[in-house]
Design a protein around this ligand. Sequence first.
Ligand SMILES: Nc1ncnc2c1ncn2[C@@H]1O[C@H](COP(=O)(O)OP(=O)(O)OP(=O)(O)O)[C@@H](O)[C@H]1O
Ligand SMILES: [Mg+2]
Length: 415
Amino acid sequence: MNELRELIESEIRRPSVFTDESALYPEYIPPTIRHRDKQLKQLVRIFKPVILEPGSTCIKALLAGPVGTGKTVTAFVFGREIVGVAERRGINLRYVHVNCSRSRNLVGIIREAKEILRLHIPDRGLSSNELLSAFLKLLSRENLHVILTLDEFDYFLNVAPPEDRYSILRLYDIFQDNVRRVNMLFVARGSPAGVWSRVDTMTGSYLMKNLIPFEPYKTVELHTILKDRVEKAFHQGVVGDEVVDYISKISGYDTGGDGNARKALAILHAAGKLADKDLLDGKASRVTIDHVRQVVSHEYPALVDLLDMINYLGLHEILVLRAIIQALKETGLDYIPMSVVESTYRRICNEIGEEPRKHTQLYIYVMDLKKRGLVLTKSSLKGRRGRSTYVGFGMAPLDVVLQKLETVINQVRIS
Ligand SMILES: Nc1ncnc2c1ncn2[C@@H]1O[C@H](COP(=O)(O)OP(=O)(O)OP(=O)(O)O)[C@@H](O)[C@H]1O
Ligand SMILES: [Mg+2]
């Protein structure tokens, strides 16, 4: 028993790179969200009647967009804020967030909603519409208004029986209440067309009017989102700006990533875990770009993508890629200037007896590698001579890639 207590005590006392690791968990709701002002304003505009004339009508809206674009977190933050506003005006408004991948039919949804609201309805033996009716009566008795968010609604549309879909979408056509206490916020992954094709025309055209689209995040947007979390989750100085920059570039939609904030945060978290492990082994206590590289190659099959893409490259383009990775390894820098890429490339060509391509061709190769999402570039001002380009690489740890590239280069030269 004492041993266990000691183990717990020493685990709690052990140094860590994190101050509050939970700020990196996917379910964490931050105090403020970034870059979603437009969507929040649209939500306020659409749900305004719930505050001004509660019960007058049943408001419905649809949040739609690709994975990890902040739909769920935006719904939660909106819910939290609008409930606060209602409270100050003496309106009994509650926000209820139900995930349809857990509660897959009408009964499941109502059960979860009544639990969140702490309403007591004995549901045994009730049909789904009887349960729904009891739920509405209780809202009326308690004088409650709700915004019911049905998250992963695309899932519900796929699996729920047609009568359940109808009851949800046409609630007040079935229950002709004068006071309409339930408002709905549907959240769906993917394009709104998926929802449109599975609902009746009337609901569909109503929802399209109240559609709030979410776009994949750009690099600069992910940068601020990650930075906020770094401040919450890590000790000061543990995660440098270069690391945040790197993850943003790997994940940013405009730099070849998928614009998924969840994935970007997961990379940051996993890189932090690796740094934490290093700390335990008595090594450096900062999160480095190589931690990020390890995570990316381990967590995602990026290396497989890389090897696949190499099939489409010519020998000299592969040699340029190898030069970039070799130079990054030799210098230990996060990004290297084009001049270093060029000198390393020439050296490699020399070693294997290949005639190197000209300077301008080299630049075209690097830009092509960038377009394919294989390397990262950034430019910086360079005195009066204009901008100069720097090249980086984030798909996998350098050593692993170098080994693979060597094998590929030998194969290409033999064939
Ligand atoms: N604008 C933002 N500001 C702060 N954090 C954000 C923002 N957008 C997303 N996040 C964070 O990124 C993660 C993913 O966001 P969220 O779960 O809201 O995405 P989603 O669009 O609902 O994805 P899915 O379609 O997979 O359900 C969450 O941890 C969330 O807190
Ligand atoms: Mg979600």
